[in-house]
Design a protein around this ligand. Structure first.
Ligand code: SAM
Ligand code: ZN
Length: 313
């Protein structure tokens, strides 16, 4: 794997917003290869980090990288939706800061076997937690209705040709050739879309993104995770979240706004019914984005957006 792929995204900006302090305890909810966690642990020699990841391969990498920090790092194989249980089990209830750098890691995306990318022919799996027993992308394509598949590709991939792609996937299934590999899916997409010569990305990019989000329930769990994270912060504690596509960013933006007291009730309602209560201060009025030079150095950072809050006393 090329060295630049290991670079943690928006690192300085994240540290500035998270403000890790001496003696603090932090959760890295998406430990990945451990880049952000390492930087946090390096700030002071009594900082502790609890790192969560649902991918055992990522955990093995991070474990090696962070071994030098001894018992200052605790690594937990779990889904971050269970952050409260993870904290309880490690004897903590509230922490000074929480970071989530969402989406897939370069380790996952550049793996030839996990099925995240059409760049490698592999079984269509796409589960970040390969031990979970949850359905793989291939199983979803084998079992979901044509309409459900089209909706996933449309909503999570913002793909104009979602219906035609879903039609082809289901037709392949009907003729006894169900789609089970990345190459077969990429081909089905290519045969269904009208290629726009101005399009810089591969036509299958949006469909692969959509399936990955569905397989890992990435959008479904995000709001609850943010709420549970704010519950898990001490007063004045901070939460920083990095997203990589507009759907995710919209949920993060709206959930944090709601937690800052903004009412999302329909107009003309006499009294707020959405439960907006001011619990946090938003530290990023506009999301922080990478500098030109970071984007050049680390192409994965290009779509990154960072938002952060401080919990009010
Ligand atoms: C973008 S990478 C994080 C990279 C990391 N910040 C670094 O510096 O190396 C995202 C990681 O989060 C993990 N992940 C994504 N969603 C998760 C979830 N719901 N629960 C636990 N881990 C998750 C993925 O397995 C992946 O390893
Ligand atoms: Zn309201």
């Amino acid at each position: 794997m090329a060295e630049h792929l290991h670079l943690p995204v928006l690192l300085n900006e994240t540290l500035q917003l998270l403000e890790p302090k001496s003696d603090g305890i932090f959760v890295d909810a998406t430990l990945g290869l451990g880049g952000h966690a390492e930087a946090i642990l390096n700030i002071a020699n009594n900082i502790k980090v609890i790192g969560i990841d649902q991918d055992t391969e990522a955990i093995a990498h991070a474990r090696k990288r962070l071994r030098k920090f001894g018992d200052r790092i605790t690594i937990v194989h779990s889904n971050f939706i269970d952050i409260k249980e993870v904290l309880k089990a490690s004897g903590q209830t509230q922490v000074d800061g929480i970071l989530a750098d969402l989406g897939v890691s370069s380790l996952q995306f550049d793996s030839g076997q996990r099925g995240f990318s059409f760049r490698f022919d592999a079984p269509l799996d796409m589960r970040m937690d390969a031990d979970s027993g949850d359905p793989t992308a291939a199983q979803m394509l084998a079992e979901f209705s044509e309409e459900e598949i089209a909706n996933i590709i449309y909503q999570y991939g913002e793909e104009r040709f979602s219906r035609r792609i879903a039609r082809r996937i289901v037709w392949k299934r009907e003729i006894g050739e169900p789609i089970t590999t990345t190459a077969e899916l990429a081909e089905a997409v290519e045969k269904s879309v009208k290629r726009n010569p101005k399009d810089k990305i591969h036509p299958a990019t949006r469909t692969f993104q959509a399936l990955r989000i569905a397989v890992n329930r990435e959008i479904e769990i995000l709001e609850q995770f943010l709420i549970d994270s704010v519950d898990s912060l001490k007063n004045e504690g901070r939460l920083a979240v990095i997203t990589f596509h507009s759907l995710e960013d919209r949920i993060v933006k709206q959930t944090l706004q709601k937690l800052s007291g903004k009412c999302f009730c329909p107009p003309r309602i006499p009294q707020c019914m959405c439960g907006a209560v001011r619990r946090v201060e938003i530290l990023t009025r506009k999301p922080t984005v990478p500098t030109e030079s970071e984007m050049r150095e680390n192409p994965r950072s290009r779509s990154a957006k960072l938002r952060a809050i401080r919990k009010l006393s």
